[in-house]
Ligand binder design. Structure first.
Ligand SMILES: Cc1cc2nc3c(=O)[nH]c(=O)nc-3n(C[C@H](O)[C@H](O)[C@H](O)COP(=O)(O)OP(=O)(O)OC[C@H]3O[C@@H](n4cnc5c(N)ncnc54)[C@H](O)[C@@H]3O)c2cc1C
Length: 265
């Protein structure tokens, strides 16, 4: 039987035992995609699970392709090499198998790339605020890597919520972009940091309420001037969506345009 696998792992960077950047080269190039979209990746159920995972609640049959969607972190023009930012769900089906991969191993990636979480409907002069928890940062890496030069006349900000300092993947890249582009602002905020962390702490909502965007970046919370993107934890999405509804933000969707863009993991 020929294998369903159609790609090769070309890089795996473990940031913590449960957080990684995975780079995959496809045998055949994909079509150019839109920054912020996701694709589906998979491994067969007979692949081994990582040593630090736990038993799943349900078992899977032999030789079944386990597939899940992941946001693409790489730039839109990179159509043969894809980067993903993945956290391990220890009791999950796919992620423990992904965490057991090593460079050179084979795996599967869908031919199709999907999603409407993108910058296409953001007016050129609109500010863009990108809010993420954990690996919800991935689509913003693709936004910045693909489009930072297209938004020189507006302001861009990332607010990234995580647990510990070591959970802040892409910290150096985002700090570097902040140094290089005066219109880009990076606000990492940690829930579990100790005193050695001198940056922001606590929930993202606290900083929005304290007016961090206006005060530190001159960004107004106003749907005519600023588009918001929310990606990651459903609880963060719900509470930030509620907060933004006080400012008359409406959700962007297939059949309506709005200044609030949401991707739930
Ligand atoms: C559009 C989109 C983009 C995404 N992008 C990313 C990304 O960039 N990075 C990322 O890390 N994740 C991303 N995700 C999430 C990802 O698709 C997976 O859901 C995640 O990685 C977990 O997969 P898994 O197979 O390891 O866990 P699963 O097996 O799917 O399990 C998920 C959870 O359900 C629980 N569970 C499993 N079976 C049962 C059961 N029978 N009863 C009760 N609970 C159960 C598990 O304990 C676990 O908590 C994205 C999701 C979407 C929808």
């Amino acid at each position: 039987m020929t294998s369903v696998y159609n790609s090769t792992v070309i890089g795996k960077i473990l940031l913590t035992p449960d957080l990684m950047v995975l780079r995959i080269r496809t045998d055949e190039p994909r079509d150019e995609f839109i920054a912020g979209q996701y694709t589906t990746i998979g491994l067969l159920s007979n692949e081994e699970r990582s040593a630090n995972s736990v038993m799943t609640i349900e078992s899977v049959k032999e030789n079944v392709l386990i597939k899940r969607p992941y946001s693409i972190a790489s730039a839109k023009h990179e159509v043969s090499e894809f980067e993903f930012y993945i956290s391990q769900v220890k009791s999950g089906q796919l992620t423990p198998r992904l965490f057991n991969l090593t460079q050179g191993r084979r795996m599967w990636i869908d031919n199709h790339i999907h999603g409407i979480f993108n910058l296409n409907d953001v007016p050129e002069n609109s500010n863009i605020v990108m809010i993420a928890t954990g690996t919800g940062l991935a689509p913003y890496l693709s936004f910045l890597r693909s489009h930072i030069n297209d938004h020189k006349d507006s302001k861009l900000a990332i607010i990234h919520g995580a647990g510990y300092p070591w959970d802040l993947g892409y910290y150096s890249e985002l700090k570097f972009i902040q140094q290089a582009f005066s219109n880009f602002y990076y606000f990492p905020t940690l829930l579990k940091a100790d005193v050695s962390w001198t940056g922001l702490t606590g929930y993202i909502e606290k900083h929005l309420q304290a007016n961090i965007l206006q005060e530190k970046a001159g960004i107004e919370i106003n749907p005519d001037k600023t588009h918001f993107f929310l990606c990651g934890n459903p609880k963060m999405i719900e509470s930030v969506t509620n907060y933004l509804s006080n400012y008359d933000y409406t959700k962007h969707g297939h059949d309506q345009s709005g200044s609030l863009h949401v991707e739930e993991y």
